[in-house]
Design a protein around this ligand. Structure first.
Ligand code: G6P
Length: 366
């Protein structure tokens, strides 16, 4: 009921603002002395991760986007090849499973029909084992997987997933650290340290709420929007576009910024707002030239940028700065302003934010 929304107008906003504490919760007791505790994944995890020559990740919706981020992390920081696929495709093709492959299913609810069916199908394909990353202990997905890690986000009521996504990302970073530790003896101490500072960084970003609300005015009358990101921020852009579609009903697409010239640039004019995330990483210069291409076509740019990045607001470019964060964790932080942006656009448009039309919180039938 309304009471449990507390001071917030919608569950979605409440859940966005819960992220600092639930990120703390998902980390609780899983790190020690600058290193991840592999046994957080259960007693059998050490042996299983040791044998994992590659990883297949299966999920739907927002959880699929978390999987896409994890692919960048697992390949870069653990050196393990990863494939990520939506469950509804995976279960109906004839996937080839190389020897030594670990199956990972991601799901907030643990009851999504396609994801469950994919897990059951995977059991016939010779994987070394299955890992569920899930928010609901005792769910079908958790019960049927060999090992599991809970995301501890607490109940998520808003149909558009927010805190479930960011806690999945933290869980997937823990997986990345666990695999790197078991297979390479690499603790990634720098990442472990920054993980502890994430809740505080999230609070700083959530303090931009008022500015993001002001920015949202520019979207209320728009029919379309384009989200751009590069590297691990491409899935962040995908998730930003999904949020806008789900609750504001504005048609939104996400592209890896380098692909702009191969199609979407044809759509860019003054009626097409372009939202981009610009963390301070080695793709920054490339991203900046992609943004120039948008400006040159009259596209209105909205950029969420690292405080040390020299992208300045000017005619046609609005910039909101985020605190510096280690690049490994930037996808987590840059998700927050995109959640807030969709939320405020939806409120302006007067849609049913927590119960968007035609969508369900958990899709338990095919
Ligand atoms: C539905 C929800 C999405 C969610 C997806 C997967 O479509 O509306 O928010 O991302 O299901 O759900 P799961 O519980 O498996 O993460």
């Amino acid at each position: 009921g309304a009471a449990s929304k507390g001071e917030y107008r919608h569950y979605m906003l409440k859940e966005i603002f819960e992220q600092p504490e639930v990120i703390e919760a998902v980390l609780e007791g899983r790190l020690s002395a600058g290193s991840v505790l592999v046994e957080s994944f259960g007693p059998d995890a050490q042996a299983l991760f040791q044998r994992a020559r590659q990883i297949h990740v299966i999920a739907c919706g927002t959880s699929f986007h978390a999987g896409l981020v994890a692919r960048y992390w697992l390949e870069r920081y653990a050196g393990v090849p990863v494939q990520v696929e939506v469950a509804s495709e995976y279960r109906y093709r004839h996937p080839v499973v190389p020897e030594g492959t670990l199956f990972v299913a991601l799901s907030q609810s643990g009851e999504t029909a396609d994801t469950l069916a994919a897990l059951r199908f995977a059991k016939t394909l010779g994987y070394i084992g299955s890992l569920a990353i899930c928010n609901v202990p005792g769910s079908s997905l958790v019960r049927e997987s060999d090992v599991a890690l809970m995301t501890r986000a607490g109940p998520e009521i808003g149909v558009a997933s927010t805190k479930a996504f960011t806690t999945q990302l933290v869980a997937l970073m823990l997986l990345t650290l666990a695999v790197a530790k078991v297979q390479r003896g690499d603790d990634h101490r720098d990442i472990v340290e920054v993980l502890g500072t994430l809740p505080g960084l999230c609070r700083q970003v959530l303090a931009l709420n008022g500015q993001i609300e002001a920015l949202s005015q520019a979207f209320a009358e728009k029919q379309h929007a384009l989200f751009l990101g590069r590297g691990a921020h491409y899935p962040v852009a995908l998730e930003g576009a999904l949020k806008l579609k789900e609750i504001s009903y504005i048609h939104a697409e996400a592209y890896p910024a380098g692909e702009l010239k191969h199609g979407p640039l044809a759509l860019v004019d003054s009626e097409m707002p372009v939202i981009s995330v610009a963390p301070n990483d080695d793709l920054l210069e490339k991203l900046k030239s992609n943004l120039q291409e948008v400006r040159a076509r009259g596209g209105q740019l909205f950029v969420f940028a690292d405080e040390n990045v020299d992208i300045t607001g000017q005619e046609g470019i609005q910039v909101l700065t985020l605190p510096y964060v280690h690049e490994a964790l930037a996808p987590l932080l840059y998700t927050l302003p995109l959640q807030l942006l969709s939320y405020h656009v939806a409120v302006l448009k007067g849609t049913d934010v927590d119960q968007p039309r035609n969508l369900a919180k958990s899709v338990t039938v095919e």
